[in-house]
Design a protein around this ligand. Structure first.
Ligand SMILES: [Zn+2]
Ligand SMILES: [Zn+2]
Length: 448
């Protein structure tokens, strides 16, 4: 087998505006010469076939030989290869025989594996391995020699399997599986519909980033995170045992848009007036009202300056729903907050929050001091708090693995932090912050 030569040709360097920064995207492709592959193991093989495979292999090789004689002067695209300094027809070796093998090996692989449980990934992984072996040509140079015909041959070879006799699955299942493969082969010729190129993905992400109101006080802290996230892969990886590489599943236009809608909804669900109130962060209400009003208008106007109108309208719709809800919420809560006596606000901690706060302060709650402590922080009178005392830090940082209980515990820790903020005890504040961050990261790891 020859060494795999590969040279990258950037025929265009394009500046793309990405989330307020400029990134450079290389468009183009690499030139790599084709190489031979190995036949996978299985019951049917080219050598032990009792049917027509060996004869078919020979006739395909003959057909390829005729085409290869004219190559690269066979078409406008391939003619350009003459000017590429890396191109040397001698590098291609015995290409007619090698490609005919690739077709027959793939056919064998499908025959041998179509009845397996993981038939689909296994077959697609093998095909991916074969397709890579066709090498590559720079953009504008057509396709690697004979690659399209590889798929055409597969299609005509697989078609009759629809009515084949399976050993372990039903005839209907076999037909379904063959049809699914045929559909994926045919899709290769309609690549325009599944744009996965970097530029398209960047532009979709960029539009979303511009629409999302990261500048308002609610979301400012998320701005950096989303500015530097480039979700080009779905996060799913798979080891392909044939190429021997771990492959990242790339986002398509559709999957990226879908995930951005999910992200939008997730952010809006977790950050709003109600969650801010619970954390004691609902301040500056008047400014918030103005901010919401102005940014809702801005967001709506973005409808007129976007390219992917359909997708962007979905984000805008979700945002609009959120803005509307927020404005109503602030309108209704303002008079209530004004009427609420300051004192009462201070005295509503739960017994558990008090116990945690005093543990952080290093003060033991006992028969002698509990009445005074209850009076200061809660509306409770009985000595139940004596049963709630904390003795070990693990009581504060261990997950129960019951999501509701753990969520409640996290909120209690945050309440304790709020109580402590009035105590001006640096050591206690430091330790409660530590407990919160430990517990919160366990919580996120476990439930996300
Ligand atoms: Zn055969
Ligand atoms: Zn050609």
């Amino acid at each position: 087998m020859k060494e795999k030569k590969s040279v990258f040709y950037a025929n265009k360097i394009k500046e793309v505006d990405f989330c307020e920064t400029k990134v450079f995207v290389l468009t183009g492709n690499s030139y790599a010469i084709p190489y031979e592959i190995e036949q996978s193991k299985g019951e049917h093989s080219l050598e032990n076939c009792k049917g027509h495979c060996p004869a078919n292999q020979k006739s395909i090789a003959k057909e390829i030989k005729e085409k290869f004689e004219k190559f690269p002067n066979c078409c406008e695209y391939h003619k350009k290869l003459n000017d590429l300094k890396e191109f040397n027809k001698n590098d291609f070796g015995n290409i007619p025989n090698s490609i005919a093998n690739k077709i027959m090996f793939t056919y064998s692989h499908i025959l041998n594996n179509i009845e397996n449980d993981n038939w689909e990934t296994d077959i697609q992984d093998y095909i991916h391995y074969v397709v890579k072996s066709f090498g590559s040509v720079p953009t504008g140079f057509g396709e690697p020699f004979y690659l399209g015909n590889y798929y055409r041959h597969l299609i005509s070879r697989i078609e009759p399997l629809k009515d084949g006799k399976p050993d372990t699955i039903s005839k209907i299942d076999l037909k379904k599986r063959v049809n699914k493969l045929l559909k994926s082969f045919n899709a290769v010729f309609k690549t325009k519909n599944k744009e996965t190129n970097l530029e398209t993905l960047l532009s979709i992400y960029n539009e979303w980033y511009k629409i999302f109101p990261f500048n308002i006080s609610y979301f400012q802290h998320l701005k950096e995170k989303y500015k530097t996230t480039l979700p080009l892969h779905t996060g799913r990886t798979r080891y392909n045992k044939y190429t021997k590489e771990t492959e990242n599943e790339k986002h398509t236009k559709e999957t990226l848009t879908k995930i951005l809608i999910e992200i939008t909804k997730d952010i809006l669900k977790t950050i709003n007036g109600a969650t801010l109130y619970e954390k004691g962060l609902l301040t500056d209400i008047n400014n918030k009202k103005i901010e919401l009003l102005i940014n809702q208008r801005k967001t709506n106007l973005k409808k007129f300056e976007t390219k992917n109108i359909n997708d962007n309208t979905k984000y805008i719709k979700a945002l609009n729903y959120w803005f509307k809800g927020e404005k109503n919420f602030l309108k209704e809560i303002t008079p209530l907050l004004k009427n609420k006596p300051q004192q009462k606000d201070k005295n509503t901690y739960s017994l558990k929050a008090v116990a945690i706060a005093y543990f952080c302060l290093g003060i033991t709650i006992n028969e002698d001091n509990y009445k005074e402590i209850l009076d200061e922080h809660t509306k409770f009178k009985s000595n139940k708090i004596l049963q709630k005392t904390i003795v070990r830090t693990s009581q504060l940082t261990t997950l129960t693995e019951d999501k509701t209980a753990d969520k409640k515990h996290l909120n209690t820790l945050i309440d304790a932090e709020r109580l402590l903020s009035g105590k001006k005890n640096e050591k206690a504040t430091k330790s409660i912050k530590q407990f919160i961050s430990t517990f919160e990261s366990k919580f996120n790891d476990f439930y996300n």
